[in-house]
Ligand binder design. Structure first.
Ligand code: PEP
Ligand code: MN
Length: 337
């Protein structure tokens, strides 16, 4: 439920409503827009006589939120959220390019890739240190050693960094070495991990589960925010369908759908959604055209010999060409990078 205040409502009116709501052991979330303030009420509202709220001074209207996700809901927070990460931001006006290898393999490999993606325009270096692989016999990642290489790459290039986490232990290690954590598709409904990510307070990139609906995805984001961490960015990375010509099916419509339902930034991963370097550029352009706040793209110094996801990784040359081609698209949607 939200209480929409009249434009220019007095601070004292907002405070007295807040106190009244809190007296029912409910949580209050204030969203102060340029014109109106919205007071969000979260918790068990069964004992709250909501009709009383309409008689408070400066109240415009009371609106119920029917969706189970509240804090990520656009009704509670109509202005788009900007998430600050390291020395960059993800949100309106920016096209944030995250790029790097699927997996951190060696320090030399990571540094070479970090310098190359930075030169082309990426502001966030991605690199997996904990790899949730389909087969237990595939390369599982360098774990803490890989995180330390990410820190070295950050120190050498000034790039902001992101790494996937798969456990509480990985979150604790990531806190020391990188700027943002990623919860991968396979863990989107790992509710314990979501809560731990929420408690960490670190910016979180939450990828869409392989078979997750948008509603389930927003509820997963809600788990993180409900722990007091509002710094959540959503990443569409393709869903499983009957089509086998691509690794997954990129649900590009998820971007405008999400923008109508949530204030959280949304980015697109054209690498995991297509599974082939050939389709990364057209899908990246489609994502920018439909107002994605950013892209996550896999780039490798030697895709043919990559330890994971070589076939979908761009070479430095292809990544650089794509960044150039994206500039006019970004301009059309009033974003810079
Ligand atoms: C990744 O980004 O390295 C990854 C494993 O992605 P996803 O969780 O989307 O499969
Ligand atoms: Mn990958």
């Amino acid at each position: 439920m939200i209480v929409v205040m009249k434009p220019d409502a007095a601070d004292s009116s907002i405070q007295s409503i807040k106190q009244y709501i809190e007296s029912f052991q409910l949580q209050v979330h204030l969203s102060k827009g340029e014109e109106v303030t919205i007071i969000g009420i979260v918790g068990d509202k069964s004992k709250l006589p909501a009709e009383n709220l309409t008689s408070f001074k400066d109240v415009e209207k009371i609106v119920p939120i029917s969706e189970s996700y509240k804090l990520s809901n656009i009704k509670l927070h109509p202005e788009p959220t900007t998430v600050s990460v390291g020395n960059t931001t993800i949100g309106p006006g920016n096209l944030t390019i995250m790029a790097g290898p699927c997996a951190v393999e060696t320090e030399k490999q990571l540094l070479e890739i970090a310098h190359a993606v930075k030169a082309s325009g990426a502001t966030i270096l991605r690199g997996g240190a904990y790899k949730p692989r389909t087969s237990p016999y595939s390369f599982q990642g360098l774990e803490a050693e890989g995180l330390r290489y990410m820190q070295t790459a950050k120190q050498e290039t000034g790039l902001t960094t992101i790494c996937e986490v798969v456990s509480q232990e990985a979150i604790e290690a990531a806190e020391k070495y990188v700027d943002m954590i990623q919860i991968g598709a396979r863990n989107m409904q790992n509710f314990i991990l979501l809560k731990e990510a929420g408690r960490s307070g670190m910016p979180v990139l939450l990828k869409r589960g392989l078979c997750a609906t948008i509603d389930e995805w927003l509820n997963a984001a809600e788990y993180i925010i409900a722990e007091g961490n509002p710094n959540v960015v959503l990443c569409e990375r393709g869903i499983r369908t009957f089509e086998t010509a691509t690794r997954n099916t990129l649900d590009i419509s998820a971007v405008p759908v999400l923008k109508s339902k949530t204030h959280l930034p949304v980015i697109v991963d054209p690498s995991h959604s297509t599974g082939s370097y050939k389709y990364v550029a057209p899908m990246a352009k489609a994502a920018v055209a439909c107002d994605s706040d950013g892209l996550m793209i896999e780039v490798h110094n030697d895709p043919a010999n990559a330890l994971s996801d070589g076939p979908q990784s761009l070479t430095f040359k292809k990544f650089d060409a794509l960044c150039q081609e994206l500039k006019p698209f970004a301009k059309l949607v009033h974003r810079t990078f």
